[in-house]
Design a protein around this ligand. Structure first.
Ligand SMILES: CC(C)(COP(=O)(O)OP(=O)(O)OC[C@H]1O[C@@H](n2cnc3c(N)ncnc32)[C@H](O)[C@@H]1OP(=O)(O)O)[C@@H](O)C(=O)NCCC(=O)NCCSC(=O)CCS(=O)O
Ligand SMILES: Cc1cc2nc3c(=O)[nH]c(=O)nc-3n(C[C@H](O)[C@H](O)[C@H](O)COP(=O)(O)OP(=O)(O)OC[C@H]3O[C@@H](n4cnc5c(N)ncnc54)[C@H](O)[C@@H]3O)c2cc1C
Length: 397
């Protein structure tokens, strides 16, 4: 473990905790925390040293993310996307020019946005309709993405699209690196609207539209197996973000448990501290056990042999941690009685925040389907006619 990074996260956590309610209530992005993260070297810490980062492993990042998530879920999501997911795909698969361009932007404080989901293609991501058609030395993007985390604040975007040759022949799914200066966005790039969310209220979740958005062909991130297996390669990199999302759920749960334990020792009813009641002690035991189990699974997934976490380890760990997070935070809130339901304590915010992790990043149902397929050793196509979408046909050829 790169101890200085964890130490920096621990130093910053109280400041982040003190600001968390502000971002939530004002629904504003945590810009001052970004400055602190940059100063502490926590933005882009996973970027290789050759590109200005610290070459931190996903396990290093996970340990930092857990610490920050205990204090502020919003800021932990920034740290995940500044070190995992899109940026790690670029650093693993990118050209020299792509890596040299993206690394300094993240190191300076940008949280890249990963753009996969579309109004008609959520869980069925391979059925995305956004196209990128080759035209000379450019690609022309058309389509819509929604629920894009950081839409309107992120500069770097990794946009998944069905790549078409000049004559319209499908080539597979690729990722396009698109840099957006929001003061002067590229022609054809629009932030259509922002969602009003239940939790993580400081993080914009936005719909983006691409209307004949022209991108120089050099910004196509070509996956190692080529475009025909582009989706699989991009998702392989995305498995790191699944570990990151699970780790945020873990951190929120661990933070809620710390609050609950403190309160159980302080608060008295029937002339005794709440901590003396066995009904609550056993809840603490279960919460502690589940937090510990989630941490072991996430660290096992983060400690990957290859470049990215294994798909099934990541799916299992995110599934377990996200469901555990919702339960543990809910139980911690219960231990505070009415106080937990009000905003004097952070529990109600943490409960709203943690709810997203069984939805975003692959739903609990989709992850179960992937795990079941691997456990049974069978393909589990979800379309009525089995494999049939254009990208899958291409992959099969
Ligand atoms: C993968 C799915 C879209 C299912 O769709 P399909 O049945 O159409 O596709 P498959 O045949 O299962 O997959 C095609 C191909 O890709 C490989 N694959 C799939 N997932 C992974 C993965 N995680 N890692 C590595 N490889 C992967 C798969 O093995 C196939 O390869 P072969 O042809 O067999 O060789 C669907 O299951 C799915 O994952 N849906 C969820 C989409 C999702 O996760 N979206 C996240 C959007 S970003 C976000 O939400 C951010 C929130 S946050 O991080 O807080
Ligand atoms: C806070 C938040 C942040 C997000 N950030 C991003 C982001 O940055 N980038 C991005 O690209 N996307 C992002 N997403 C979108 C997210 O990835 C999708 O919401 C998710 O993949 C599910 O898609 P959907 O919402 O369209 O639900 P649907 O796919 O319509 O699913 C609806 C329900 O049906 C279930 N379901 C669907 N198919 C099956 C099946 N085959 N078997 C069993 N159950 C099934 C689902 O589990 C779910 O319960 C974010 C979402 C949230 C909530």
């Amino acid at each position: 473990m790169t101890d200085p990074l964890l130490a920096a996260a621990k130093d910053l956590a109280p400041t982040f905790a003190s600001r968390a309610a502000h971002w939530d209530r004002s629904r504003s992005y945590c810009w001052s925390n970004i400055t602190d993260l940059v100063d502490a070297g926590l933005m882009g810490m996973s970027i290789p040293k050759a590109y200005g980062g610290q070459g931190a492993s996903f396990l290093d990042v996970a340990m930092v993310v857990e610490e920050i998530a205990k204090a502020c879920t919003l800021t932990a999501r920034v740290v995940v996307e500044a070190n995992m997911g899109g940026i790690s795909a670029v650093m693993a698969y990118g050209t020299e020019e792509q890596k040299a361009f993206c690394a300094p932007i993240v190191l300076a404080g940008d949280k890249p946005a990963i753009c996969i989901t579309e109004p008609e293609a959520g869980s069925a991501a391979t059925q995305m309709q956004t196209t990128a058609q080759k035209r000379g030395k450019t690609y022309v993007l058309n389509g819509r993405k929604h629920w894009i985390t950081g839409g309107g604040v992120s500069k770097l975007h990794l946009i998944f699209a069905q790549v078409l040759a000049e004559d319209g022949t499908p080539q597979g799914i690729g990722g396009f690196i698109v840099h957006v200066d929001h003061a002067a966005p590229p022609k054809g790039f629009t932030v259509v609207r922002r969602e009003h969310t239940m939790g993580l209220c400081g993080m914009p979740e936005a719909e983006l539209a691409f209307d004949d958005l022209e991108i120089d062909a050099k910004w196509l991130l070509t996956p190692p197996s080529g475009l025909k297996r582009g989706f699989a390669d991009l998702m392989t990199a995305y498995n790191s973000q699944r570990v990151g999302a699970g780790t945020i759920a873990l951190g929120v749960a661990a933070g809620a448990l710390e609050h609950a334990k403190r309160y159980l020792l302080e608060r008295q009813q029937f002339g005794r501290p709440l901590a003396e009641f066995q009904g609550l002690q056993w809840m603490v035991a279960d919460m502690d056990t589940q937090v510990h189990a989630a941490r072991l699974m996430l660290h096992d997934a983060a400690r990957c042999d290859g470049t990215f976490p294994d798909m099934i380890k990541a799916a299992r760990a995110k599934l377990f941690a996200s469901e555990m997070g919702i339960k543990v935070v809910n139980d911690a809130l219960q231990m505070f009685g009415a106080r937990g339901y009000g905003d004097q304590e952070p529990l109600e915010r943490m409960y709203r925040d943690v709810r997203m992790f069984t939805i975003g990043g692959g739903t609990a149902q989709i992850l179960r389907t992937q795990i079941a397929g691997a456990a049974l050793g069978i393909k589990v196509p979800q379309t009525r006619d089995g494999y049939g979408t254009p990208s899958q046909q291409i992959a099969a050829e």
